[in-house]
Design a protein around this ligand. Structure first.
Ligand SMILES: Cc1cc2nc3c(=O)[nH]c(=O)nc-3n(C[C@H](O)[C@H](O)[C@H](O)COP(=O)(O)OP(=O)(O)OC[C@H]3O[C@@H](n4cnc5c(N)ncnc54)[C@H](O)[C@@H]3O)c2cc1C
Length: 166
């Protein structure tokens, strides 16, 4: 079938790709100077800058399969916690053996206020300087959120197992 798609933004291009993969003959029209729509590269004098979508969220398996292909092609990447949850960014994956409940018990939870007056309400947490590397990272200068969530989840699993065995 011959299909005409108006608009070469993300939606039009995805539709065109799906139609081509399904064996259709596709023409895409766009009123702009280049493809991409709101994602496109803009030109200001001699300068060029990429306009949209600093980040996006993957909510279903079909979109995930497209994103995996973009990652493999090197056209998108991620350095954030959620993006790097994928195994393709990780090596040396193995079960964490230490007792997470014991590790959590080494942490002093304190309340404090930040010096920055914009955030001057009371916060709860720990002081990274005095906390195990698993929570604070190698320089002990900030909280490692990924590790902290991982240890908290494992501690819950350990406690659940203890409850089951009672
Ligand atoms: C600065 C900025 C930052 C953004 N950041 C994010 C982000 O971080 N995460 C995120 O998920 N989303 C982000 N967005 C939103 C995201 O970019 C858009 O939701 C998405 O690109 C929309 O794609 P689309 O194909 O639906 O529409 P569009 O990209 O708008 O594409 C429509 C296309 O149709 C063409 N067109 C319109 N009318 C005609 C016509 N009559 N004839 C021919 N062609 C026509 C237009 O030229 C355009 O190319 C951002 C948007 C902007 C502008």
């Amino acid at each position: 079938m011959r299909i005409i798609i108006v608009g070469a933004g993300l939606s039009g291009l995805m539709a065109a790709q799906s139609c081509v993969q399904a064996g259709h003959d596709v023409i895409v029209f766009d009123k702009g100077r280049s493809v991409g729509g709101r994602l496109a590269t803009r030109r200001v004098g001699s300068a060029v800058l990429d306009h949209g979508a600093q980040f996006f969220t993957v909510r279903d398996a079909v979109f995930q399969s497209h994103v995996d292909a973009w990652i493999s092609a090197g056209v998108v990447g991620s350095s954030n916690y959620f993006g790097t949850s994928s195994s393709i960014y990780k090596t040396d994956i193995k079960p964490y053996q230490a007792c997470a409940v014991d590790l959590i018990n080494t942490v002093d939870i304190v309340e404090y206020e930040l010096e920055n007056p914009m955030y001057n309400h009371v916060k709860l947490g720990f002081i990274a300087d005095d906390t195990a590397e698993e929570f604070a990272g190698p320089n002990h200068d900030r909280m490692d959120i990924t590790n902290s969530i991982g240890v908290a989840l494992k501690a819950l699993q350990e406690l659940n197992k203890k409850i089951d065995n009672l």
